[in-house]
Write a protein that binds this ligand. Structure first.
Ligand code: GLC
Ligand code: CA
Length: 567
């Protein structure tokens, strides 16, 4: 019944806005007066399933664990969860080596567990996004096993096989991102296969239409099971130069794995990848799916290519330039926000994920990290765009890398030690409470629980009105209920201020102002609101002593002030 009503509403909106971009993005989901779709208002939350919640106490998180925490996520203000790969996998790259795209790895549960998770999430209006590893499969995937079985096998051309240059010599100089040559010799068929990542992750040959069809069908299969979309893994690596030209050397010396430092000119970012994204988008549109991209771009011009002409590729290409800002600098953030705000599509902000140091440590000064965690939350949760949170960020989890090589789980950390310690540090178990193993598992967790669990955990922070968690909840609540924060335009204020980042979000005659003190000293700023027609500011949410008087905001060190503008 509800579905039919929604469908009808959309038809009506569609008719009224015929010809506009909003109408072109055919959707059976409700759009608002601005033509915004659900994913433009939603808060996404990345879950690394191994580390979220362990229901059967084998030390590894699982789907039932996620289901048991849906109420927590709902209460926090999460609308969609992106689960990193939970499909059958030898786990060489912890799930990013998929051996069957249409099933669940037994360590995470069963398809029935997935269906329960999907149903329970739906009850709470939480959508599920799966991770789609498009560039490569596991070397244990049946396609690859057949591919390597003989030169004439049905799946031979599903992967990239080439003769060596000469005896013992790979086809060219390309090195894998995860160390060593990108080519692995297979003595049985006397050829090399190509892998951008680990040798256990052979690259699919996307020039083969059969690969395209099979992969597109995978997404259809999951859409039918109720998933709302995909996060597309490593999209820039989909195609390689068929002429196999050697990559140029970027600079002399060796990387952490002892390999030459190359510019990936001939094996990343080939224009053909956009055909695939357009194809995946067409399939997504059949089911109103949303596509998020792992898009490491050099600038916003490149980010724009991922939205595609008339927005026919990814709805949500992640802006990693934002996550790559390495210091708490209003100048840097202002520049990047303005650039992305002017981009061709809807901004997608990320500050942490399972591959990079958490923002808690990137911006923390060692003394005010909790305050800075609140400030970063206030920043990207109040911008125009869709935020993708990372589990544990909301409680101030700290990146905690191993201190001894023998404890490293992420293979790149073992190969690159000590220069590259791997990604274990940002993948540690979620800190639920102050009990043993932070309430994550009664078994031995696959990665040790950081010592900070005694001070930073969900249970204790829920009781402390000044915790990072309670602050996140308040910002998220405001974001979900305030029109200006949902739909308002972004405009920078006081653009030459080197200590305070401030901006307004304007929706019709409503306005919200955000002022963030990125410095270690108290600051007083007069906000330049006149030309926007506002005179003073009413407090909506602030940290500590931060407050507004008239058009002047006082901020404690690293203080946050969010206020409503009045005329
Ligand atoms: C992406 C994932 C990363 C993985 C790699 C290979 O970058 O985020 O975790 O190792 O792809 O699949
Ligand atoms: Ca488990």
């Amino acid at each position: 019944m509800r579905k039919i009503a929604l469908r009808l509403a959309v038809v009506l909106v569609g008719v009224c806005m015929a010809g506009s971009i909003a109408a072109a993005q055919t959707s059976s989901h409700a759009v608002d007066a601005e033509g915004h779709q659900w994913w433009q208002h939603a808060v996404f939350y990345e879950i690394y399933p191994r580390s979220f919640a362990d229901s059967n106490n084998d030390g590894i998180g699982d789907l039932k664990g996620i289901t048991s925490k849906l109420d927590y996520l709902k209460d926090l203000g999460v609308d969609a969860i992106w689960i990193t790969p939970c499909f059958p996998s030898p786990q060489v790259d912890f799930g990013y080596d998929v051996s069957d795209y249409e099933n669940i790895d037994p360590m995470y549960g069963t398809m029935a567990d997935f269906d329960v998770l999907a149903a329970e999430a739906k009850k709470r209006d939480i959508r599920i996004i799966l991770d789609f590893v498009v560039n490569h499969t596991s070397d244990q995937h049946k396609w690859f096993l057949d591919s390597k079985s003989s030169r004439t096998s049905a799946h031979r051309d599903w992967y990239i096989w080439r003769d060596g240059k000469g005896p013992g010599e790979p086809p060219n100089n390309w090195v894998a991102l995860f160390g060593g040559s990108a080519w692995k010799f297979d003595p049985a068929t006397n050829q090399y296969y190509y892998h951008y990542f680990y040798a256990e992750q052979p690259d699919l040959n996307w020039r083969n239409p059969a690969v395209k069809d099979a992969m597109f069908d995978v997404t259809r299969w999951w859409y039918k099971r109720g998933v709302a979309g995909f996060r597309l893994d490593a999209v820039e690596t989909l195609f390689e130069d068929p002429g196999l030209h050697d990559n140029p050397i970027l600079r002399p010396g060796k990387n952490a794995y002892g390999d030459p430092i190359e510019k990936n000119e001939y094996n990343t970012k080939l224009p053909e990848l956009h055909d695939v994204l357009r194809g995946l988008r067409k399939v997504a549109d059949e089911s109103n799916g949303v596509l998020i991209g792992e898009t490491w771009t050099a600038d916003v011009a490149e980010l724009n290519q991922y939205y595609g002409e008339g927005n026919n590729e990814l709805q949500l290409p992640m802006d990693f330039l934002f996550a790559m800002i390495n210091k708490l600098s209003p100048v840097e953030f202002r520049k990047q926000i303005a650039a992305v705000d002017a981009a061709a599509g809807w901004p997608t902000f990320v500050i942490s994920n399972h591959d990079i140091v958490r923002s808690y440590d990137r911006y923390g000064d060692g003394k005010h990290n909790d305050q800075i965690a609140k400030l970063m939350g206030a920043l990207y949760l109040t911008l125009r765009g869709t935020p993708i949170m990372y589990y544990g960020e909301e409680i101030g989890m700290k990146t905690t890398p191993p201190t001894r090589k023998e404890d490293v789980k992420d293979p790149i950390g073992r190969m690159g030690w000590p220069e590259e310690k791997g990604r274990d540090g940002e993948r540690t178990p979620m800190q639920w409470d102050g009990s043993v193993n932070a309430g994550f598992s009664k078994g031995t967790p696959w990665l040790p629980v950081p010592p900070t669990y005694t001070t930073h955990n969900v249970a204790d922070e829920s009781k402390d009105p000044n915790s990072v968690l309670e602050f996140y909840k308040k910002v998220l609540k405001l974001r979900h209920t305030n029109r200006a924060l949902l739909d308002g335009n972004y405009a920078a204020l006081n653009e030459s201020d080197r200590n305070v980042l401030s901006y307004v979000r304007l929706y019709k005659d409503q306005g919200v102002v955000v002022a963030l003190n990125m410095s270690n000293a108290a600051q007083k700023v007069k906000l330049d609101l006149k030309h926007k027609g506002f005179v003073s500011i009413k407090n909506l949410l602030a940290t500590g002593q931060s407050e507004a008087k008239g058009d002047e905001v006082s901020l404690e060190p690293y203080g946050v002030f969010i206020g409503e503008l009045t005329k």
